[in-house]
Design a protein around this ligand. Structure first.
Ligand code: ADP
Length: 269
């Protein structure tokens, strides 16, 4: 050390520097490990639909008497697995796009956003026998990217419809949370087991893998929501009571206009 770096300062400072360096290396190692795990999980997820396509082609190919109907089934399988691969690659791309710092934010009217998401998912909700409602406690405005926030709320409502089941009600609530503007997506479905809650926002984590697959899920939806919201300076969370449903929430900084004006009286909707 003495030959390479001409260090003249006190020894304590050197130890402090060594400690900082050590913890930086530790964080880097942990980050490499997460990255490695992500690549491994991603390849596994990509291989599954590819294997399904391949097996189906081989089975049909080997049957010299395969009927037109069997070929049609093969095409249908290839189509659905290709759609799955497309969703997966879009989600993977979103997660690896590291331009969080460059997210353009503007004032987003949350009640209007809630109405848009509800209108968009109404057909799915009707198909599943789920009621969608909007509950505007205070008409808050958030500072966010309108497109990214739309995508996040859409994702939460889509999950709530898919996982809560027939006869349930999904509520999109907008509220003022002091310094933050808050959106909640509440369902009264089966809820999430307590042991699963700490992992629910992890990449590729699913409570019921088979169910998620049947729903066309990639296991990346909530991880994307968390990363996008955090990139916009916000936070996400969930509380869930097995048997009585789940509430996912997003909190974002308020836009200047809504931060300046006192919260008006609540209105329904
Ligand atoms: P995906 O839906 O593609 O599997 P997500 O990251 O969106 O992935 O969700 C992860 C898992 O969290 C889901 O597979 C499901 O098990 C669980 N989950 C998400 N939302 C709900 C909900 N509203 N109610 C119950 N379980 C949920």
């Amino acid at each position: 050390l003495s030959r390479r770096i001409n260090y003249q300062g006190p020894r304590d400072e050197l130890w402090a520097l060594a400690d900082t360096f050590d913890s930086m290396i530790g964080r880097l190692e942990a980050s490499f490990e997460r990255q490695r795990q992500f690549v491994q999980d991603a390849s596994h997820e990509l291989r599954t639909p590819l294997a399904a396509i391949r097996t189906n082609i081989e089975v049909t190919e080997m049957d010299p008497d395969a009927s037109l109907e069997e070929y049609r089934e093969l095409v249908a399988t290839i189509k659905s697995q290709t759609e799955r691969l497309t969703r997966l690659s879009e989600d993977l791309l979103l997660l690896t796009n590291d331009d969080g710092a460059r997210v353009e934010r503007e004032a987003v009217d949350l009640p209007a956003l809630a109405a848009d998401v509800i209108a968009e998912l109404q057909p799915l909700a009707a198909q599943r026998g789920v009621a969608l409602r909007r509950d505007i406690r205070e008409p808050a405005e958030a500072l966010a990217s309108p497109d990214l926030l739309h995508r996040c709320v859409l994702n939460l409502v889509d999950n709530a419809i898919k996982y809560s089941g027939e006869g349930s009600t999904v509520t999109v609530r907008v509220a003022d949370a002091g310094k933050a503007a808050r959106v909640e997506v509440e369902d009264n479905g089966p809820g999430i087991p307590a042991e699963a809650l700490p992992h629910i926002f992890d990449r590729f984590y699913r409570v019921d893998k088979g169910r998620s697959r049947r729903e066309g899920g990639t296991g990346l939806g909530l991880a994307i929501v968390k990363e996008l919201i955090e990139a916009m300076g916000g936070s996400v969370g969930v509380r869930s009571e097995p048997g009585s449903g789940s509430t996912f929430w997003i909190e974002l900084p308020k836009s200047q206009e809504s931060a300046d004006s006192p919260a008006p009286a609540p209105r329904g909707g």
